[in-house]
Write a protein that binds this ligand. Structure first.
Ligand code: PAF
Length: 274
């Protein structure tokens, strides 16, 4: 992969890159379509990265279907599908990791303390291997996108990061490979995430500026579903991810909720000016 991307660059071709953990859905395909539009050559990777899963999380159970992923990638079409194994990514005795600081110590970082270190490390490695001009990430993982933008700035990567809006099922559920874990009644409960974010947008459109009131209403809406357990609901500054008390500028509302044993995340912008 490294030789091919260097050769393509030397031939004057531009590269777009979509890193994924596979089990592709329309959200991934939207990233790929945008990448296709932005560069000459589209590279996607499929690699379930062990260092972003803590012991007891779903690394082994994470859904995988390489044959279907290859077929879906061909529909875009992806030019190069990079599917490294663990030996290629983490050579024996790998001792160097990239550890994002403050941005990673809030929201998902509180319940998944090693997650963003694993993500930042693997994305760094993939960037060095693929050497893309542009890389695409979903807004669904808003904290991840913010951390990667910051990492690229802090560590002087020569790559443009493009965020792509969340793709949703027709009923509003944000697309995620983990939706495959949901039983039918849990899927119904999972809808409370996107529905309560939509309600929060309405509250802001109706003039509500107090974050605590919006968070309280969202908490009540989600807790009305018996199988849910809220991890966090926050309203934050989109760059610093610091909590915002008064919504007097565009902010991001984000939440993480367990539905049964499946942990789901979602987020939406809240803008008092629209
Ligand atoms: O968002 C994901 O699927 C993963 O966190 C990523 C960026 C591919 C790194 O493993």
């Amino acid at each position: 992969m490294q030789h091919r991307s260097r050769a393509l660059r030397q031939a004057g071709r531009t590269l777009a890159f979509v890193p994924t953990m596979g089990y592709l859905h329309d959200g991934h395909l939207a990233l790929m379509r945008e990448g296709r539009r932005l560069a000459d050559v589209l590279v996607a990777s499929i690699y379930v990265n062990p260092t972003q899963f803590a012991p007891g999380e779903d690394f082994e159970a994470y859904p995988r279907d390489m044959a279907k992923d290859c077929r879906l990638a061909e529909t875009i079409p992806v030019d190069i599908l990079f599917t490294p194994d663990d030996r290629a990514i983490y050579a024996d005795g790998c001792q160097t990791f990239v550890t994002p600081q403050d941005l990673a110590q809030r929201m998902c970082g509180l319940s998944r303390p090693i997650f963003f270190r694993g993500v930042a490390t693997v994305v760094t490695k993939l960037f060095h291997i693929v050497a893309p001009h542009v890389a695409l990430f979903g807004e669904k993982d808003f904290q991840q996108l913010t951390i990667i933008r910051r990492m690229v700035r802090d560590l002087n990567f020569a790559v443009d990061i493009v965020g792509v809006p969340t793709v949703r099922e027709p009923d509003g559920l944000a697309m995620s490979s983990r939706n495959a874990y949901l039983k039918p009644d849990q899927r119904q409960a999972a809808l409370s995430l996107s529905q309560s974010l939509q309600e929060a947008r309405k509250q802001v459109a109706n003039g509500e500026t107090r974050a605590d009131r919006i968070i309280a209403a969202t908490t009540a809406r989600i807790e009305a579903h018996p199988e849910t357990a809220i991890d966090y609901i926050v309203i934050v500054d989109p760059d610093t991810l610091e909590n915002v008390n008064v919504i007097d500028r565009p902010v991001r509302m984000a939440l993480a909720v367990k539905v049964g044993t499946t942990r789901l995340i979602d987020n939406m912008p809240l803008d008092p000016n629209t």
